[in-house]
Design a protein around this ligand. Structure first.
Ligand SMILES: Cc1cc2nc3c(=O)[nH]c(=O)nc-3n(C[C@H](O)[C@H](O)[C@H](O)COP(=O)(O)OP(=O)(O)OC[C@H]3O[C@@H](n4cnc5c(N)ncnc54)[C@H](O)[C@@H]3O)c2cc1C
Length: 386
């Protein structure tokens, strides 16, 4: 793909690769490659290394402590670190709440949160989904009632990723029940240490704990933690979701998983099997098409206002990840369940992430807004319906 890039972009890719080789701990890389659970410290160490280099929030404007990367640099960085097995940069601070604060927050909020985010001193999680409010997010019921200088919050959130690591939660709450659902939602920043918050773990299908249920009982939140205008939260929520979908193509990870599938096929003596070769060729064609689609979109769209492009990337990227994962799992045959799921922490087999990754990837077409919903967004846009 190098001919598609400018000399400066090629040099930047080399710089990212060198940094990854020098700074990424082999232990963490191995955990990522084998699909093992990352501990809070693994994320912290990696985030610290990025923050020290000035790359933790690389795409942020320089005035807020970012490196001012353009969309192509952001893509190159994401692609390389995923390919090399660096941990996912937990997106809740840098990709989600940070851009909301620097776009819609007031000066006090910018001063209070942005320096701590960019230096990895604070962690957020995302409180959008509720039991009964996922795809139909605007029907959310967690209630915030203004009482003097604070709100009182009651309700619950679900599927809250990494809430057990978080210092803060950014939350969509209902502040008006007498208007159409979208018009009565506000965006609150809530300190996770506030009395009345309870976090309960949920174990997902691959056996890890990364999602939670979060309960709010009479939680007092100062009014200064409201971002933007009361009842205008839906606008900020949609802005944030565009950023969430923009990072979901994950081409670097799919390239790594394709190499792993090929290594497994070779180990099993299947490398010359015509069916295998045809399947791998199809995957490579689909991945190349996705990379070019991504490149076209990052070069033509304003990454600070991602729109329908983000939905297209999410659909193509996540479905390819799933197909590659399922193919590799098929290659494992019955051994998949035996050596992959039973004892993850003591498993020494280098190809062992396959079953856990395949199971975890089931969630990629659900989180960030299910792919059925994304197809609806693309269809409406294409047909000119609003
Ligand atoms: C691993 C994981 C991590 C997550 N992390 C977070 C997080 O950190 N914070 C957070 O707020 N949320 C998080 N989520 C929640 C995620 O955003 C929701 O699961 C998702 O939006 C779908 O909502 P739902 O689960 O309520 O499913 P539902 O909305 O009940 O949908 C069920 C099915 O119906 C389909 N469907 C629903 N409506 C339509 C429609 N109009 N047209 C066509 N099909 C439709 C859906 O596509 C889906 O297949 C996470 C989810 C997962 C699985």
């Amino acid at each position: 793909m190098s001919s598609l890039w400018t000399p400066e972009q090629v040099a930047f890719r080399d710089e990212v690769r060198t940094f990854l080789r020098e700074k990424l701990s082999p232990v963490t890389r191995d955990k990522v490659r084998r699909g093992l659970a990352l501990q809070k410290q693994d994320h912290e160490d990696w985030h610290d290394a990025l923050a020290e280099k000035g790359w933790y929030a690389g795409f942020w404007p320089k005035e807020y402590g970012g490196a001012g990367w353009d969309a192509a640099q952001t893509f190159i960085f994401n692609d390389e670190y995923a390919y090399h097995g660096a941990p996912w940069v937990l997106p809740y601070c840098v990709n989600y709440v940070g851009p909301v604060i620097f776009t819609y927050g007031n000066d006090d909020q910018k001063a209070r949160f942005l320096p701590d985010i960019v230096s990895n001193k604070v962690r957020f999680c995302q409180g959008y989904s509720e039991p009964g409010a996922g795809s139909d997010l605007a029907s959310l019921r967690t209630r915030a009632v203004r009482q003097g200088d604070h709100y009182v919050v009651n309700g619950s959130k679900i599927w809250t990723s990494h809430a057990h690591f978080a210092d803060w939660i950014f939350c969509l709450v209902r502040t008006d029940t007498d208007v159409r659902p979208q018009a009565g939602i506000s965006f609150l920043l809530i300190d996770m240490k506030t009395p009345g918050i309870e976090v309960q773990p949920i174990t997902t299908i691959e056996g890890h704990h990364h999602v939670n249920a979060v309960f709010f009982s009479d939680v007092k939140v100062p009014v200064e933690n409201l971002v933007g205008q009361e009842n205008a939260g839906w606008t900020y929520a949609k802005f944030l979701l565009g950023h969430e979908r923009m990072i979901s193509a994950d081409t670097g990870k799919t390239r790594r998983h394709l190499e792993r599938a090929q290594a497994l096929a070779e180990e099993r003596g299947l490398q010359d099997d015509p069916g295998h070769k045809a399947q791998m060729a199809q995957f490579h064609v689909d991945l190349k098409a996705l990379e070019w689609l991504t490149l076209r979109l990052v070069q033509t769209s304003d990454q600070h206002a991602p729109g329908v492009e983000a939905s297209m990337l999410k659909i193509r990227g996540t479905e390819l990840q799933q197909r590659v994962g399922e193919y590799a799992f098929d290659l494992l045959g019955l051994e998949g369940a035996a050596f992959d799921i039973a004892e993850p922490e003591t498993d020494e087999t280098p190809l062992s992430g396959i079953a856990r990754d395949m199971l975890l990837q089931k969630a990629t077409t659900i989180w960030g807004g299910s792919n059925e919903i994304q197809r609806g967004i693309v269809a409406k846009h294409t047909l000119g319906l609003r």
